[in-house]
Design a protein around this ligand. Structure first.
Ligand code: C2E
Ligand code: MG
Ligand code: MG
Length: 758
């Protein structure tokens, strides 16, 4: 019997050693603790063998002491294991040192017991005719027993706690170990006093069970379940086929895709499942492809991936399809691509994309002669500032619509700047009157409010001679051509030629020279007298002259449009206004307060300056009468924003200034404007005096204009009077004042004073 027991225990010891070796190969976090439990389990078995083999009561006591000491430490590690297993830290709940201290005391006490016998002794008992030692305890042994039970209960409590807290899915993993532990405790209690202690084998079995639970059983059971959940939750369809191509499994999304309700079919009408099976059986390759399938006639793009599964002997075991519906993603990408290539407002190509397409167009149209046309709206910034960007946007949209419907099919067009559109077209399509069909109301079409702003859309044209020139340069050249006509109303189309580049360079130099011209006094005020019918001088118009150190006298026509384009005109005007006021002050001091000076106000001045503030400040500074200053405003300035200009004119008139409408009749809606604008003097454009085809006819018109202004109680001044007959005619029809070469040309101030002020 004894021999059989020793043999069984020896085998158990070998098993424990075997599992201990396996534990050391594991990579699990619990590896250390499980290893210790198994090692102590082995020690317990060894002490048990020793107890069975010895005849000496001293050694038997020693073996039993070792056995109990080991069980103390085993329980400590079991407790640590339980906490690690449920994912908690033992030291957070109890003082680990205290437990170790108590176990250490028990260890010393039990070790000494070998000699002192204070806790237990051994006594002989006979089992199947063989003598064996069994336990004979004293009350002192209860201390050890209580310690062991407390530790065991603590283990159980922690494991039960883990089981209760864990989701259903994980619960069994705690319960399993709890049951093993409970069995161990039960065995211990049952065989407490028996000479043959089966509970030792319980330690062995328990240790192995813990090993299995921790490293083998639980992960293996959990893995498939977890994988299943993952597969179900995937946002791609999964279709698993066996060797013959039959459906083994599909996940939730796979089910949807393969179900009749979705009815995904390819262009032949073949269903998705059938298609997959075909690919699997007829082909040998694995692939990832984007395929078009149709669901109720609507295209869906599926990215389908086929993987074949092979066993260790490289034999086909089955395969699976991963089906990803990328329709929305592709739509989104296409949308993003569109957004990055197109202008959001007009839907036209944006600059970069236009360049790209224009380049391709030139390559594909090698035979045809091409024109690059750029458009640019006159004073577009003003439209935005005065009427709001919404109105500006409407104008741009309408231009875009016009281009779209008018430039012909075989062209490329885009919006390459704020108000700049570019069109690349064959020469055959090009006509100078491209934009002539666009009427004023077309620019503001689809708008609720009425806007009166004369929109001028300039067109700059570059004939594509060097086809390898970057598109951006071609556009620059077309736009450069525009700068030549920008500011004016009469010419709307300009062509790029080499001279334009020189012109632009010249303009640049001019702009650079301006500051110096003002500082050095190269800008001068000339005066041209304005006279009554009998030739009496009433006042003068201040006209600027640039006495350039190299070029000699430069006329306003050569530099004013340049400065108007970039806003520098206000510098010139402020300077001339100051000169005029200075002169008026001088004349006042000389007792000639009856003479006035008319000054020109550029349309751009309204935009860049506070005119009211400047003039009131000037009259204050020079202490002169506002009535001695006449302000010449052109129709253009008023037309931009009639309401605002009316207010300003009213304010200036109230302050005592005389407001004169210059170049009346040269603009677009001169007569129409008279109903809104209440100016003091009408200055009729000299174009009315120009030689006309039907002189009688223009005379009649002039007569009517003068009559009209009389009706409105507005004095009239005629500019550009060159002949005596003109004076006679004008006097006859009731013109009050004259200005022109017939009386005098514009002259230096000194000369004017000499001739008229003495
Ligand atoms: P404007 O205000 O209509 O000035 C009258 C222009 O007609 C002047 O040309 C004057 O020299 C010219 N003129 C006068 N009498 C006759 C004539 O009998 N026959 C002809 N053919 N021309 C005559 P100018 O000085 O060359 O100025 C041209 C334009 O430049 C002016 O037209 C005005 O719009 C602008 N300008 C001149 N000085 C200034 C200025 O200081 N500031 C601003 N903003 N514009 C100015
Ligand atoms: Mg004038
Ligand atoms: Mg004029």
């Amino acid at each position: 019997m004894k021999t059989l027991l020793v043999m069984i225990l020896t085998i158990a010891l070998c098993v424990i050693i075997y599992y201990n070796c396996r534990v050391y190969k594991e990579k699990h976090a619990l590896k250390k603790t499980v290893g210790r439990i198994l090692s102590i389990g082995g020690v317990i078995v060894m002490f048990n063998i020793m107890q069975l083999c010895t005849d000496s009561p001293l050694w038997a006591r020693f073996a039993l002491s070792g056995y109990y000491v080991s069980s103390d430490w085993l329980l400590l590690f079991l407790l640590i294991f339980s906490f690690e297993y449920i994912g908690k830290e033992l030291s957070k709940y109890v003082k680990k040192k205290l437990i170790i201290f108590m176990i250490a005391i028990d260890t010393v006490s039990l070790t000494l017991n070998t000699f002192t016998k204070h806790a237990f002794d051994v006594k002989k008992a006979f089992v199947a005719g063989e003598s064996m030692y069994c336990l004979d305890v004293t009350p002192y042994f209860a201390l050890h027993y209580v310690l062991v039970m407390v530790l065991a209960v603590a283990c159980l409590v922690s494991l039960f706690y883990g089981a209760v807290k864990a989701p259903m899915f994980y619960r069994h993993k705690y319960l399993l170990i709890s049951i093993i532990l409970l069995l161990l405790v039960a065995l211990n209690v049952i065989f407490f006093n028996s000479p043959i202690d089966i509970s030792v084998l319980g330690y062995v079995v328990g240790g192995i069970c813990i090993y299995y639970c921790a490293f083998v059983y639980t992960p293996q059971r959990l893995l498939p379940q977890t994988l299943f959940r993952v597969a179900e939750d995937m946002n791609v369809g999964l279709l698993l086929l066996d060797m013959e191509g039959n459906r083994l499994y599909n996940n939730r999304l796979g089910q949807q895709m393969l179900s009749e309700e979705w009815a995904l079919v390819d262009e032949r009408g073949c269903s998705l499942e059938h298609w997959c099976k075909e690919q699997y059986i007829n082909g040998t390759k694995e692939f990832t492809e984007d395929c078009s399938f149709y669901k109720r006639g609507k295209e869906r793009v599926l990215r389908i991936q086929l993987q074949r599964l092979k066993d260790v002997h490289n034999q086909l075991q089955g395969g699976y399809f991963v089906i990803d519906d990328r329709t929305e993603e592709i739509k989104q990408q296409a949308q993003e691509r569109y957004m990055s290539n197109h202008d959001a407002l007009t839907g036209f190509y944006n600059k970069e994309y236009f360049y790209e397409n224009a380049k391709r167009f030139i390559r594909n149209n090698e035979q045809s002669e091409l024109y690059m046309v750029c458009t640019d709206v006159k004073d577009f910034k003003m439209i935005n500032d005065f009427f709001g960007t919404e109105v500006g946007d409407v104008v741009l949209k309408n231009i875009a619509h016009f281009i779209e419907t008018n430039v012909g099919q075989n062209t490329v067009y885009g919006r390459i700047g704020n108000d700049v559109f570019a069109v690349l077209m064959p020469r055959a399509y090009y006509t100078e009157s491209l934009f002539d069909n666009m009427r004023q109301e077309d620019y503001f079409a689809s708008m609720d409010i009425e806007v009166s702003f004369p929109v001028v859309n300039y067109m700059g044209v570059y004939e594509v001679k060097k086809r390898d020139l970057p598109i951006s340069v071609m556009c620059d050249r077309a736009r450069m051509a525009i700068t030549k006509i920008k500011g004016g109303y009469h010419r709307r189309v300009a062509y790029y030629d080499e001279m334009i580049r020189d012109d632009i360079l010249r303009e640049k130099r001019l702009i650079g020279d301006l500051r110096e011209a003002i500082d050095e006094g190269h800008l001068q005020m000339y005066l041209q007298p304005q006279v009554s019918a009998d030739g009496t001088m009433l006042g003068a118009e201040a006209l600027v002259r640039w006495i350039h150190p190299e070029k000699g006298m430069v006329m306003p026509g050569d530099f004013i449009p340049v400065f108007e384009r970039n806003g520098l005109i206000s510098e010139v005007d402020k300077y001339i206004w100051e000169c005029a006021c200075q002169r008026l002050r001088k004349w006042k001091d000389e007792g000639r307060e009856d003479v006035y000076i008319s000054v020109n106000i550029s349309p751009k001045d309204f935009y860049f300056m506070d005119i009211y503030q400047i003039f009131t400040a000037l009259v204050r500074k020079y202490e002169i009468e506002p009535k001695n200053i006449k302000l010449e405003i052109t129709e253009t300035a008023i037309v931009i924003d009639i309401k605002r200009q009316m207010e300003l004119i009213g304010k200036l008139q109230q302050a005592g200034f005389v407001v004169e409408m210059d170049d009346f009749g040269s603009g677009h809606s001169s007569l129409n404007m008279l109903k809104d604008i209440d100016v003091d003097v009408l200055k009729i454009d000299m174009a009315f005096l120009a030689k006309a085809r039907d002189e009688e006819r223009s005379k009649k018109i002039l007569e009517m204009v003068v009559l009209l202004s009389k009706q409105l109680s507005m004095p009239v001044i005629m500019e550009g009077v060159e002949t005596e007959s003109q004076v006679k005619f004008l006097s006859a029809i009731g013109c009050d004042m004259f200005q022109g070469y017939y009386f005098a040309r514009p002259m230096e101030v000194a000369k004017f004073e000499e001739q008229y002020m003495r």
